[in-house]
Design a binder for this molecule. Structure first.
Ligand SMILES: NC(=O)c1ccc[n+]([C@@H]2O[C@H](COP(=O)([O-])OP(=O)(O)OC[C@H]3O[C@@H](n4cnc5c(N)ncnc54)[C@H](OP(=O)(O)O)[C@@H]3O)[C@@H](O)[C@H]2O)c1
Length: 278
């Protein structure tokens, strides 16, 4: 599988998301097993946040990596309202306890809030010095936010919404990050759940490419994200069938004709757009 350098480690371009995990005790066993299967399949980057299940997702991740910490690259995120100098350090300690690890591989500001970035980044640097995190970055930052961020420090990544239906970052943010050798983490690569996902996965243009390859539309949607230079995709999957399909999607080679057909079905941006977020 394609790998990229991010923060202090080399990571697979395909990882695992955890949003909606850790919310119900009845689902916990399946969620832990799913993350473990993902690790076995080589999806060793696990993305979580203190927000997901209000700490519940981090506990699920902690259970999944128990006894195999070194197999995983853990990304977690701090709430913007906790992103003061002292706040990030306290939030990080809580996350470490839930994850039951000594150090988070990459710690992100979930989105920009009211605390000054300089203060948040100083807090991140202090955590790095103390060995509590190995690297830090940001999420949901538009180009202006990134330019501002660079005046205060050097984020290892920007995690943003990116999929065939949400291609706005291709106009400016993605080329900007590529020029700087900064990997971009694509969240909701399958358009999360519900109506929007149905609109993507049921799209005739996507279905046609999938049929030609004998794979599912979700696999082509994921293969397309993975095809993009400098991009890491973090789909969330609890269903083992989905996990295996996602792993297989990393091996799908899209031809120039496939890419042209997908561009026609999901046109790339022609002008600047506000950053898509959820
Ligand atoms: N930084 C941020 O602000 C932010 C925002 C949103 C998300 N994220 C991160 O990005 C991760 C991924 O985003 P997401 O969870 O919103 O959406 P997603 O990964 O695009 O979609 C998840 C949904 O797709 C289903 N699925 C997974 N693989 C599939 C396959 N091969 N075929 C059909 N369906 C499949 C999952 O079902 P099952 O679970 O039933 O398998 C789940 O319902 C999150 O979990 C989170 O870690 C970050």
């Amino acid at each position: 599988m394609k790998t990229l350098r991010m923060g202090a480690g080399e990571v697979p371009a395909l990882g695992q998301g955890t949003w909606n995990m850790g919310e119900r005790a009845a689902h916990r066993r399946d969620e832990v097993r799913a993350l473990q299967l993902g690790l076995d399949l080589g999806l060793t980057l696990i993305d979580t946040a203190e927000m997901y299940g209000e700490g519940g997702a981090e506990e699920v991740v902690g259970a999944a990596i128990a006894g195999r910490r070194d197999d995983a690259y853990i990304v977690s995120k701090v709430y913007p309202h906790n992103a003061s100098y002292d706040g990030v350090r306290e939030a990080c300690e809580r996350s470490l306890r839930r994850l039951n690890i000594d150090s988070i591989d990459l710690y992100l500001l979930h989105w920009q809030g009211h605390h000054p970035l300089a203060e948040t980044f100083d807090g991140f640097e202090a955590l790095k010095q103390a060995g509590k995190i190995k690297a830090w970055g940001v999420s949901n930052f538009d180009l202006e936010n990134m330019e501002e961020a660079l005046t205060y420090g050097a984020p290892a990544t920007n995690q943003v919404l990116y999929n065939l239906m949400k291609r706005g970052i291709e106009f400016d943010l993605l080329p900007w990050a590529r020029q700087r050798g900064m990997p971009v983490m694509a969240y909701s690569p399958l358009e999360t759940q519900g109506r929007e996902q149905a609109a993507l996965l049921g799209h005739p243009g996507l279905k046609a490419v999938a049929a030609a390859h004998g794979v599912t539309p979700a696999q082509i949607a994921l293969a397309w994200v993975l095809h993009q230079d400098g991009v890491i995709a973090i789909p969330k999957a609890v269903d083992p069938v989905h996990l295996r399909a996602n792993r297989a999607a990393a091996d799908i080679a899209l031809s120039a004709d496939d890419l042209a057909a997908l561009d026609q079905a999901f046109p790339p941006p022609r002008r600047r757009r506000a950053l898509d977020m959820r």
